[in-house]
Design a protein around this ligand. Structure first.
Ligand code: GLU
Length: 307
């Protein structure tokens, strides 16, 4: 069955930006008659993740967003990620990398050699000789595992943003602490959960071309992408705790209800004309991803102050 998903990292309470993305993901799935699942992206298994998971799920439910089946946790699926890594390795598509972040930054900005786009891996460990590999191993430095990417740009069609172009470089598949990397885990899980549409915040838009490439290498079906523009605080910066009532719990203590919050989010998405109380189920009819605003939404001071 066609399935949509919301995949938060359980590292804290969801803020209004996360809730807005969840609302869009839910509406996209429900308006298409798709199933909707929640996946906890807890690769780091930080100690507090169970508490955060509980509060995030409670907030989704309080807002009126329901999900199908049980909540999947990435921390319980390392064997699947390792199987995918083994497959890519057997195909000769991976290599160990001992670069530190600093080395990557410095190599990428070196005055000679090909210029490397911001944040891209400059290929330092890609083509080491056998002797250099032995030395790399002997150094005892922790090794990450990277994909041999094409090093070319790729464009995907985004249902909200339109064409999104980004470099498909040598992404990390397993981090140097042994934990599978985000890009790999997402691709493996989206396929395993039969996700056909990924809705998430647009800070991840440039990851979509890499993820499509990885899915192809693993013979997994392509997903459609819809990246939702970010929510900014009143100062124009990324929304942060110091901005005021940024979580649902904060909003409830200001005297607003979950339906008020849903109305505010719906209004910011152009789904209703004014921020009156509303339930997600009332927004399903006629929902259209292509009609969503493509610019970030800046919260007003009064949205974050007591009602
Ligand atoms: N876990 C990511 C986040 O919370 C979202 C990843 C995804 O949707 O692909 O930002």
């Amino acid at each position: 069955m066609a399935t949509g998903r919301f995949a938060p990292s359980p590292t804290g309470d969801l803020h209004l930006g996360n809730l807005r993305t969840a609302l869009v993901a839910w509406l996209a799935a429900r308006s298409a008659g798709s199933a909707f699942v929640v996946r906890m992206e807890d690769l780091d298994q930080v100690q507090a993740s169970t508490d955060h998971e509980r509060s995030q799920l409670a907030d989704l439910a309080a807002l009126g967003l329901d999900w199908d089946g049980h909540v999947v946790r990435q921390s319980e699926r390392f064997d699947r990620y390792e199987a995918a890594i083994a497959r890519l390795t057997t195909a000769g598509l991976t290599y160990p990398c001992s670069c530190t972040r600093r080395e990557i930054r410095e190599a990428a900005s070196a005055p000679h050699g090909d210029p490397v786009p911001d944040g891209a891996y400059p290929g330092t460990c890609r083509d080491l000789t056998a002797a250099e590999r032995t030395e790399q191993l002997a150094s005892g430095r922790p090794l990450a595992l990277r994909l041999r990417g094409p090093g070319t740009e790729r464009t995907i069609d985004d249902d909200v943003l339109g064409p999104v172009t980004a470099l498909v470089d040598d992404v990390v598949l397993r981090r140097n602490d042994g934990v599978p990397a985000y890009n790999l885990a997402v691709v493996v899980d989206d396929a395993a959960q039969a996700i056909d549409q990924v809705v998430r915040a647009d800070d991840l838009a440039s990851s979509a071309p890499r993820q499509r490439h990885l899915a192809e290498l693993l013979d997994l079906p392509p997903v459609r992408y819809a990246h939702v523009p970010l929510v900014l605080g009143p100062t124009g910066d990324r929304l942060a705790k110091r901005d005021g009532a940024v979580t649902l719990a904060d909003q409830l203590t200001t005297g607003r209800t979950a339906a008020d919050v849903c109305g505010l989010l719906a209004c910011s998405l152009g789904l209703v004309a004014a921020p009156a109380p509303v339930a997600p189920a009332d927004l399903v009819d006629g929902f259209d991803l292509a009609a969503l605003p493509r610019a970030p939404w800046t919260l007003a001071l009064e949205d974050l102050a007591p009602a």
